[in-house]
Design a protein around this ligand. Sequence first.
Ligand code: DGL
Length: 278
Amino acid sequence: MSIQANIHSPIGVFDSGYGGLTVFRSIATALPQYDYIYLGDNGRAPYGNRSYETVHQYTLECVEWFFNMGCQLVILACNTASAKALRTIQQKDLPLIAPDKRVLGVIRPTAEVIGQYTKSRSVGVLGTKGTINSHSYNIEINKFFPDIKVHSLACPMWVPLVENNEYHSAGADYFVKKYLDQLLAKAPDIDTILLACTHYPLLIDKIKQFLASNISIVAQGEIVAQSLKDYLFRHKELEALISRESKMHFYTTDDVNDFNEHASTFFGRKVNSEHVHL
Ligand code: DGL
């Protein structure tokens, strides 16, 4: 395994579908020297409403696929998978299946820095039902910033709006306003709103339209990219194993044409994917 890894050991970037490409876009911009493979489990997406058991099972299968592809490090660029599967994978699965490999998520890096954005110490977190019901953000943010009040809300219509290319429509206006009103009704002193779902950055223009200009909107891409940069600086042994030819490969568990068509919206440039059967 380590011989293969030394020849070609890309960083693995995982999402339930296309959304993780918004995070991958920032990672690839910040760290262009490395090789990457991206896997979207589109065939089984969305993960947002699925149980802990199912999200764990699907995510673990994908993580094992990345390891078989030579990855030493996998980023779960999906909030739902980070909320519902990461801890079990890190604590129970990795010691048994791959003790030298690493799997990281997007929640902790975001929680670590959110305190820099808020003055009122009242933060709104928007995500899928799975992410919000897990309370992962409340727990992680309060570990780093016990003084911050976290108000979270699930926005179950936002992912389907983005996935179905309706994010510029009047229907999107309705659902964006609806959830923002609900969130601010809970706590009018919120001055920072975290978009804790990989799809939501595509709605950012609409979100801005319905918010007062003193409320900061925080998307995760650049935060996760900076955190990965710091992590690799601190873990030089792992960093030395990652291959550096600036190559990117994209895989999907569903239809490649469909993936390619949608993916460019999230990634900002043309994507050619390959099908993978897990
Ligand atoms: N990528 C997921 C997230 O960030 C949203 C899509 C899904 O529900 O699978 O939570």
